[in-house]
Unconditional design. Structure first.
Length: 276
């Protein structure tokens, strides 16, 4: 099982040169969301000599972005990158229509939930799928058993529980006639006495829950043939995130973790509750 990393910063990319990871994921500037590092094509080229580079194009694409996206995909196809994570189907169609031969990984945030859909995309030439974070461990295993495509699992990082294409923080502070001093704020829910992160990017806003960490089930994922896990350093400082990466590399070397009080999302919970 291979380990891919969304770096926590540009500086963190340099730290990763000394770690035995299997690749980094860089967001394509203006076409990626929910990651710290987003670069244009020329900047992506600078890191190819020292890292196996994947590029993320995981936002919904609007009509006025299509021509520029097409040009970016053509340039990416010249770089011999390891793969492209995509959400919007237009990326798949452009790759096919232009014969770009980019290695595509389906990465729609909550949709990859069953092996039937994975096999549909696999037959269309898509090489992998990043599974939904709302699945259970048993679902990951069942999907992997029933598909030939590479399976990617999000193993560490904030989980978005709400996404809007509106700039909600900016609109809120404008309404209040106040200055927005940060892109990240704490959102308090009184009923459950709990804080969430609300995070605004260039053209969207997220609300995130606790930080997911699947380190305790690393070997179950590996033994059941999951191909890749992904660690996301968004909203993490470099020092703490480097420590997390080191722990996953320890697990890769055989160490078994049994940490307490880790947030594991729906890993051991039924994700659909029915009223009896």
């Amino acid at each position: 099982m291979k380990i891919l990393v969304h770096p926590s910063s540009i500086e963190n990319i340099k730290d990763l040169e000394n770690k035995n990871i299997d690749g980094i994921i860089i967001g394509l500037k203006n076409y990626s969301i929910f990651q710290s590092v987003k670069l244009d094509i020329d900047s992506i080229k600078l890191f190819k000599s020292k890292h196996k580079v994947y590029v993320s194009i995981n936002k919904l694409i609007h009509n006025n972005e299509l021509d520029d996206l097409k040009n970016n995909l053509i340039e990416l196809s010249k770089l011999d990158i390891a793969g492209v994570f995509y959400e919007d189907v237009c990326v798949f169609k452009m790759n096919r229509d232009l014969n770009l031969n980019l290695k595509l990984i389906w990465s729609s945030m909550h949709l990859p939930c069953n092996y039937y859909t994975c096999n549909y995309w696999n037959k269309k030439g898509v090489s992998g799928a990043l599974l939904s974070t709302e699945l259970m461990l048993s679902d990951f295993i069942d999907i992997k058993k029933n598909t030939d495509m590479d399976i990617f699992v999000y193993a560490y990082g904030h989980i978005p529980i709400f996404e809007s294409n509106r700039l909600l923080l900016t609109n809120f502070f404008n309404y209040k006639n106040k200055v927005k001093e940060s892109d990240i704020y704490n959102l308090y829910e009184k009923e459950r006495d709990k804080y969430f992160k609300i995070y605004e990017e260039r053209d969207c806003t997220f609300i995130t829950e606790d930080v997911l960490n699947l380190i305790n089930v690393f070997h179950e994922l590996k033994n059941n043939k999951v191909d890749y896990i992904i660690l996301n350093g968004l909203m993490r400082n470099d020092v703490d995130f480097n420590n997390i990466i080191d722990e996953y590399l320890e697990a890769q070397g055989g160490y078994v973790f049994d940490k307490k009080d880790l947030f594991t999302g729906f890993l051991f919970k039924e994700s659909i509750y029915r009223v009896k």
